[in-house]
Design a protein around this ligand. Structure first.
Ligand SMILES: Cc1ncc(COP(=O)(O)O)c(C=O)c1O
Length: 464
């Protein structure tokens, strides 16, 4: 409360005041509230947007590092909403959040346990920190060519056999919405005195609906990452990093790491968009939007079941808003292309097997009806030759023989792909999305990898 008025979105409100009471500025950004911008671009994004395109040193909006003013208030409000001990706004996406977590809470003498389906930013973080990495392999859904959940028993097995592991880091949900039992995993971690980070990049809506899985924020994790820009309604690149209420992590460490890794000119537009997304989701209109997203997803799932040749990936406890489907005789990439070319429909992603559809808070039922009609039409046509030209995710058991950092910085050479089998990869090969590595530094390249390296002629390997 301020002057008897409830502040719903502190940073959004401060930005509004700033826009209404501009000062005469002699500072960055040099476009001076849009005046110095290429006119076509100004028309494209709107003068109004450029008027508030500023960074955090000016106009009494506060600073991000250290947190002050309206930015501090917005982070505090987010922390209350997400029930965290401390919430940080991150303008470099969950990529920077993951880098910062690795930088803050791992070090070269530490053993960590990482899900093999982690995003490549986790790998980058561990390359920077030099921690000794152990791997846990998630369940594989070979028919769908995707990774599934991580079994708590597999985590326990690893922790039991290596008592030096002090941190477990998992991705939950997977890109396709598969959910692991984080509560059980957190209990196991506590028993073995290991901390738990959950990369919940794709689960930022979970806090706001009882129809979605439970957030790791309330299940015993020490830190949680949310890409609010992916599904939460914030602008692209805007994420949050939460240190949970009962976290064993020292807050100062992540504050320092973020300060070192963050841009020194964070975009106020992005920061305000995080404040706005949080305010929206915790208010009545966001609640309605999310209810619609869930309803649309349920509607699509029940109707899609009736379409011949169409299959819906269905795991117990899945995030209902992430819908992975496939059609007989078509690869996911073929189905994606037909939807784009013939129906002007753009889906979230496609793989060799299927396509991923998101039911978003900005989505409309009519759009799902249109998509269902398109799928019906496609299913009625003959598609006799399934051509498997592109492969996205090998689900082979990785043979990892060197530590990430050691392999990344070892002397290397570039060799022809055809000569690479049996050699040790020294680079992160990962298609985005989903950003899960096909090969990581220190992994033996196998014959089975080759079809997944379709865009590579030469591969970077450890010099022999
Ligand atoms: C699980 C996971 N973590 C982190 C990231 C990185 O997120 P961002 O794009 O916000 O940097 C992604 C991106 O796809 C992801 O899938």
């Amino acid at each position: 409360m301020k002057n008897g008025k409830e502040i719903k979105a502190p940073l959004v409100e401060a930005m509004l005041k700033y826009k209404q009471n501009p000062m005469t500025g002699f500072h960055i950004p040099g476009h001076n509230r849009g005046e110095g911008v290429y006119p076509d671009f100004r028309n494209l994004i709107g003068f109004d947007t450029l008027k508030i395109d500023t960074t955090d040193e000016f106009d009494n909006l506060g600073t991000l590092h250290p947190e002050t003013g309206a930015i501090k208030e917005a982070q505090k409000t987010a922390s209350e909403t997400f029930n965290s001990k401390k919430t940080f706004f991150v303008t470099g996406g969950s990529t920077v959040a993951n880098l910062a977590l690795a930088f803050a809470y791992t070090n070269p003498n530490m053993e960590v346990l990482i899900g093999r389906n982690c995003h490549r930013s986790v790998l980058t973080g561990l390359i920077i920190s030099g921690a000794k990495v152990n791997w846990v392999i998630p369940k594989k859904h070979k028919d769908w060519a995707i990774f599934g959940n991580i079994e708590p028993a597999d985590i326990e097995e690893k922790l039991k056999h290596n008592r030096n592991i002090k941190l477990v880091w998992i991705t939950n949900p997977t890109y396709e919405g598969v959910v692991s039992d984080v509560k059980k995993i957190a209990e196991i971690c506590k028993r073995y005195k290991a901390s738990l980070i959950v990369d919940e990049a794709h689960g930022s809506l979970w806090n706001f609906s009882s129809k979605l899985p439970k957030s790791a924020l309330n299940l015993g994790a020490d830190a949680v990452v949310h890409s609010l820009h992916k599904t939460g309604g914030a602008m692209t690149q805007s994420s949050m990093l939460h240190i949970t209420k009962n976290s064993a992590f020292e807050e100062e460490k992540i504050t320092h790491a973020l300060k070192l890794l963050h841009t020194t000119s964070p975009s106020l537009l992005l920061l305000a968009s995080l404040d706005a997304a949080r305010a929206n989701l915790s208010g009545a209109s966001g609640k309605r939007m999310l209810e619609n997203a869930v309803r649309n997803a349920e509607y699509f799932r029940s109707e899609a079941k009736k379409i011949k040749k169409l299959h819906i990936f269905n795991e117990e406890n899945n995030d209902v808003t992430k819908i992975f489907i496939k059609m007989d005789n078509l690869t996911g990439l073929e189905l994606e292309k037909i939807l784009e070319d013939e129906f002007k429909i753009e889906i979230e992603s496609a793989s060799d097997e299927g396509i991923l559809i998101l039911s978003n808070i900005g989505g409309k039922k009519e759009e799902f009806e249109y998509l269902l009609n398109a799928l019906k039409k496609i299913s009625k046509k003959e598609h006799p030759h399934k051509s498997k030209k592109v492969k996205i995710m090998p689900l082979i058991d990785p043979e990892i023989v060197m530590n990430l950092r050691e392999a990344y910085f070892a002397p290397k050479e570039y060799i022809d792909k055809k000569d690479a089998v049996g050699r040790i990869s020294s680079e992160v090969v990962a298609l985005c999305p989903p950003g899960i590595s096909v090969l990581l530094p220190g992994e033996i390249i196998k014959k089975e990898h080759l079809p997944y390296l379709f865009s590579y002629e030469k591969i970077e390997v450890i010099k022999e």
